[in-house]
Design a protein around this ligand. Sequence first.
Ligand code: FAD
Length: 503
Amino acid sequence: AAVDSAPAIVVGSGYGGAVAALRLGQAGIRTVVLEMGRLWNTAGPDGKVFCATSAPDQRSMWFRGRTEAPLASFLWLDLVNRDITPYPGVLDRVHYDNMSVYVGRGVGGGSLVNGGMAVTPLPSYFAEQFPAVDAAEMYGTYFPRARAMLGVNTVDPAWFESTDWYRFTRTSRKAAGAAGLKTTFVPNVYDFGYMQREAAGTATRSALAGEVIYGNNQGKRSLDKTYLAAALGTGNVTLHTLEKVRDITRAGDGGYLLTVDRIDTTGAVVETKQYGCTSLFLGGGSLGTTELLVRARDTGTLPDLDASVGAGWGTNGNTMVARANHVWDTVGASQSTMPVMGIDDWANTDNPVFAEIAPLPIGFETWISLYLAITKNPQRARFTYDSASGTVKLGWSAAQSAVSVAMAKKLFDRINAANATIYRYDLFGSSSKVFADDFCYHPLGGCVLGKATDAYGRVKGYSRLYVTDGSLVPGSIGVNPFVTITALAERTMARVLAEDTAP
Ligand code: FAD
C-alpha cells in the first residue's frame, strides 16, 4: 500500500494530542493528527450536534446496541439506558476485568464528555507524584499556560449562592460543613457567563439542559474550540478522523510506520492505510497509548521498549457514591451539569479524599447528593499483551477497588453521622450497591514519566517517539486530571522543540 508521510504524526486528539498538534504546527512542522472518533460539528436530525442525555440516540455511545450510563438505575428501575444503533458515538466505556473506564471518542477526546472541572493539583502532592519534575517551573509556567489556553474560569460566587441551579451543591456543602469538612470552589472550562445567560433565558440551554456525558451543544470550551482550533489555524496541521492506529513499527530510515484502519459509521474497516513519519507523538490517552506500546513491545515491532511500559496504572482512586438527604434538604429539580465545588479533605493524612459534588440532573426533586470521590488509593495495575486473543488486558482486581471504597466510606460515614442521613442503595444497578467500584473516569498511567519515558516524555529505547497524555501520570494526582495532563504536555513540547532535532 502507498505510504502517506509527514514529518510529525500525533495519535489522538485529547489533551495530550491537542497540545502536541498546536505546538508542532506553531513551530512550522507539518503534522498529521489521527483520531479514531468523528469530528463533532454537524447537526443531527434534531438540529443539534450532540443528543440529549435524557433521550440518548446513536450519537451517545461508541458502537453500542444499548447505552451504558454510569448511573444505571433509579429506584432500581432501568430508566436511564436506551437501545441505540451502533455508531461512532462520543462516549465509550472500555471493559476490562473488574474495571471499566469511560473515555471520550472524537476530535477533542475526553474534553467532549467530561465535567469540565479544571483543577490544579496541590503542589505538595504533585511533587510527591513527580519528584523528578521541577515543580517551580510547572507552577510558574506550564500550569498557567495550560489554564489560559483551556479557557479556565470560575463561577460568580454571588450568583452561585442565589441560583436554583446550584441548590444541590449548597445542600451538599451544608452536609459536609456539619461534619466539620472543608469545601472549596473549583474552576471549570464551561463559560459561566454563558451559563448565567442560560439561566436568564437569553441563551440556548446546555449545562442547564442536562447536557454533559454525551456532549455539550453550547458553552463548553472543549479542545476543538481551544487548542485544536488554534492548531488547525497554524495551517500546518491536518486532521484525519475515523482512523484508528493499530500497529507501530520502526521504518528503515529511523522513522516510524503506522498501520491505520479507517472505519465508516457502521464500524466496518473501509481501508487499511500506512503512514510514515520522522517523529511520533502518542496522545491516545492512558488506555490508547499504553495499548499501542504494550502491543508493539510484546509482538516485537518495538522490542526495545522499557519493561515498565504497561505498569503504574491507577483509577485516581475514583469511586461514586450517593446520600439521601432529609425531606427539608432539597437539591432542586433544576441542576447545572457542571460541578463547581469539592469537599477537600486531602490534608487528612489518615484518609486523604477530594470529593466532587456531582449533579444528578434528571428534572425532578430526588433529595440525592451524588459525589465522585478521588481517594489516595496507592494500588496500581499493569497492562499485558495476551497473545492468544491478540488483545491487551488490565490486571486490576476488585480488591484494589475496595481500597478506594473504604476510603470514601470513611469520609461519607462521617457526613452521614453528622447529618443523621443514609446512603442511597438504588443507583448503581444491584439492590445493595452503595459505592460504584467497577468504573472510573480518570484512567492514569501505563507509560509513567521517568519510568517508561525520560523525565520529558521521550520514550526509552527509541528516539523521536514521545508520550504526551494521561499515561504519564503515575495512577493518581489527587484532583481531576486534565489540567495536569495539559501542563505536562506543554512542558514536553517546549523541551522537545527546543532540544530535539526538528523532524
Ligand atoms: P483523551 O482525552 O482520552 O484523548 C485520547 C484520544 O485519542 C481520544 O479522542 C481517542 O479516541 C483517541 N485514540 C485513542 N487510541 C487511538 C488510536 N489507537 N488511534 C486513533 N485515536 C486514538 N477530568 C478533569 O480534569 N475534570 C473533569 O471534570 C473530568 N470529568 C470527566 C467526566 C467523564 C464522564 C469522563 C469520561 C472523564 C472526565 N475527566 C475529567 C477525565 C479527563 O477527560 C481525562 O483525564 C482526559 O480526557 C485525558 O486526556 P488524554 O489526553 O490523556 O486522553
